[in-house]
Write a protein that binds this ligand. Structure first.
Ligand SMILES: *[C@@H]1O[C@H](CO)[C@@H](O)[C@H](O)[C@H]1NC(C)=O
Ligand SMILES: *[C@@H]1O[C@H](CO)[C@@H](O)[C@H](O)[C@H]1NC(C)=O
Ligand SMILES: *[C@@H]1O[C@H](CO)[C@@H](O)[C@H](O)[C@H]1NC(C)=O
Ligand SMILES: *[C@@H]1O[C@H](CO)[C@@H](O)[C@H](O)[C@H]1NC(C)=O
Ligand SMILES: *[C@@H]1O[C@H](CO)[C@@H](O)[C@H](O)[C@H]1NC(C)=O
Ligand SMILES: *[C@@H]1O[C@H](CO)[C@@H](O)[C@H](O)[C@H]1NC(C)=O
Ligand SMILES: *[C@@H]1O[C@H](CO)[C@@H](O)[C@H](O)[C@H]1NC(C)=O
Length: 475
């Protein structure tokens, strides 16, 4: 198991305590009228700047792409000297895509709104992801995300519930009319990076996926309110993709696609890259997504998915709970998945596994590459107003095995189908306290609880420090 490497934590926390003590008496107002404030983060910064120092105009109309780039380029010089933080003050800051740097914090104050530009020339193009082999919307390249980072160490995007608004309607319209020649931008994408914190923000109307860490490790995503119309295309909330050691906690998501989708690459491309997503803890998630899953595993899972734990999950008017999606040609595995504690209201499928998800990157997929789906444990589930209790569909000659369900009470909707469970090509067990009575492939074997790991993931042991912004630290 990887262990988190959160830098010179001891040294930096001592410095931050000194800064806090120093700021108690003097809460000064500076030229940019920002008083000093504290916030929790994995690492604190020695240097600070305010976006307006770089000529930014917060009128919602002026493009600030140059200001963001100039600010971050300047602050990148302090990466090896205690790092730097960039404060985005109240205002509407229109911008195209910009890149983050290492040992850096982007802090959005309350009433700060970053607005995604609708001018395509403000979005650089990037090559396709190696584990996907093509873009999700079109075969060629893709637009860089609104906030992008690659090969970084220690990067934080946080705030006092400031907002990032992707103004996605422009992109959704083009996508629906099949006019996209490149794949739409994501809101935040961080690649090949270590030590990432994204917290306490409101993210709205992403052009496509909202938060996409890929080929990265030691990631905390906490306290996000993510909102998109439930009809908007592919607006997944949080998609850890080929990532290790991930904590996703206290998030509220309303979206047009999966609230959380755990991924690891697509067919032969994902198999070749071979980077699993593993050691993930998701807790206290609330999801509303009428046409998608609360938590999806796949369908791009060709690098493997293992050791995913989900606790205290609430979903309302959501199509399914924890859904496993795969297909012939994907290869890879989904194993050691643990779900404990779900409260569900109005749902089509509580348990849903799919073995024929279709959608291939191209015709080059290997029909002999079968996914190995095994050891999936669910317990403590209460669901109301449900259409199907379980639709569990494995792959013939490649059954999904080791499925365990305990302590589950599903109240079927008035219009419920005659058959609450439909299982094919799966095997496993259920305990006697599962209602309605499960399918024959999941026989009830008396009273027991499906095991849940008792250890803590390394990412769960990371402690936040109290960091501080002080106008006297400008540059
Ligand atoms: C951001 O980084 C990507 C990948 O390295 C690069 O292609 C792009 O030009 C960079 N954007 C800016 C504004 O520097
Ligand atoms: C953050 O803002 C959103 C949108 O206004 C709101 O729904 C949410 O409750 C706020 N979160 C906190 C912690 O104040
Ligand atoms: C987020 O905000 C909440 C409420 O204001 C605060 O308790 C928490 O420490 C903050 N956490 C992070 C990681 O920003
Ligand atoms: C039950 O679910 C149906 C949709 O399947 C919905 O129209 C109805 O409002 C729900 N009823 C309650 C009491 O939540
Ligand atoms: C699937 O994975 C499990 C657990 O790693 C292993 O025991 C089993 O042999 C694998 N099955 C196949 C068909 O490879
Ligand atoms: C059960 O599921 C299988 C496979 O998805 C499907 O072919 C079959 O029609 C379903 N049976 C019922 C009664 O819905
Ligand atoms: C799931 O729970 C069952 C019953 O407690 C247990 O036998 C099995 O080992 C558990 N699976 C994993 C992957 O721990």
């Amino acid at each position: 198991m990887l262990s988190p490497r959160f830098g010179n934590s001891y040294v930096i926390s001592v410095i931050s305590i000194v800064l806090i003590l120093g700021s108690v008496a003097e809460s000064r107002v500076v030229s940019s009228k920002i008083e000093s404030f504290d916030y929790p983060a994995i690492n604190c910064r020695k240097h600070s700047a305010v976006l307006t120092d770089f000529g930014a105009v917060g009128d919602g109309k002026t493009s600030n792409t140059k200001a963001f780039n100039a600010a971050i380029s300047k602050l990148s010089q302090y990466a090896n000297d205690g790092g730097a933080q960039l404060i985005v003050p109240p205002g509407k800051w229109l911008t195209g895509s910009f890149n983050l740097t290492s040992h850096f914090t982007l802090f959005l104050q309350k009433d700060a709104v970053i607005l995604g530009s609708q001018d395509e020339s403000e979005w650089p193009q990037l090559p396709v992801l190696p584990s996907y082999g093509r873009g999700r919307d079109a075969p060629g390249g893709r637009f860089s995300s609104l906030i992008f980072g690659t090969h970084l160490t220690d990067v934080i995007i946080t705030g006092n519930n400031g907002t990032i608004d992707g103004q996605g309607s422009y992109w959704w319209g083009k996508f629906k009319k099949k006019q996209m020649k490149l794949t739409r931008p994501y809101m935040i994408e961080i690649m090949y990076s270590d030590q990432i914190q994204i917290s306490n923000l409101t993210l709205i109307n992403s052009p496509s996926w909202f938060v996409h860490p890929i080929y990265s490790s030691n990631i905390i995503v906490q306290g996000l309110t993510i909102l998109a119309p439930v009809t908007s295309p592919n607006t997944d909330g949080i998609d850890p993709d080929s990532c290790s050691n991930v904590k996703i906690e206290d998030n509220f998501i309303v979206s047009g696609d999966d609230c959380i989708a755990i991924k690891s690459g697509w067919d032969e491309y994902g198999i070749k890259v071979g980077m699993p997503t593993q050691h993930v803890i998701i807790r206290r998630l609330t999801c509303i997504s009428p046409d998608s899953a609360t938590i999806a595993l796949g369908s791009e899972m060709s690098g493997g998915i293992q050791d995913v734990r989900a606790e205290d999950i609430t979903a309302i008017s959501t199509e399914s709970a924890v859904r496993i999606k795969s297909a012939v040609g994907r290869g890879g595995f989904v194993r050691d998945i643990f779900v404990k504690g779900m409260n569900l209201n109005t749902m089509k499928y509580v348990f849903w596994m799919t073995g024929a998800y279709g959608q291939h990157a191209d015709e080059g997929f290997d029909p002999k590459a079968l996914p190995n789906v095994t050891n999936i444990n669910y317990s403590n589930i209460i669901a109301k107003n449900v259409t199907f209790a379980g639709k569990l569909e494995g792959i013939s000659n490649d059954p999904y095995t080791g499925i365990c369900v305990s302590n589950t009470n599903i109240e079927m909707a008035a219009n419920k189908k005659k058959l609450p469970w439909n299982c094919t090509d799966v095997s496993g067990v259920t305990s006697s306290d599962v209602t309605p009575q499960p399918c024959a492939l999941l026989p009830q074997k008396g009273k027991f609880e499906c095991a849940y790991p008792s250890d803590k993931l390394a990412i769960d042991k990371v402690q936040f420090k109290t960091c501080n912004f002080k106008s006297s630290n400008l540059f």
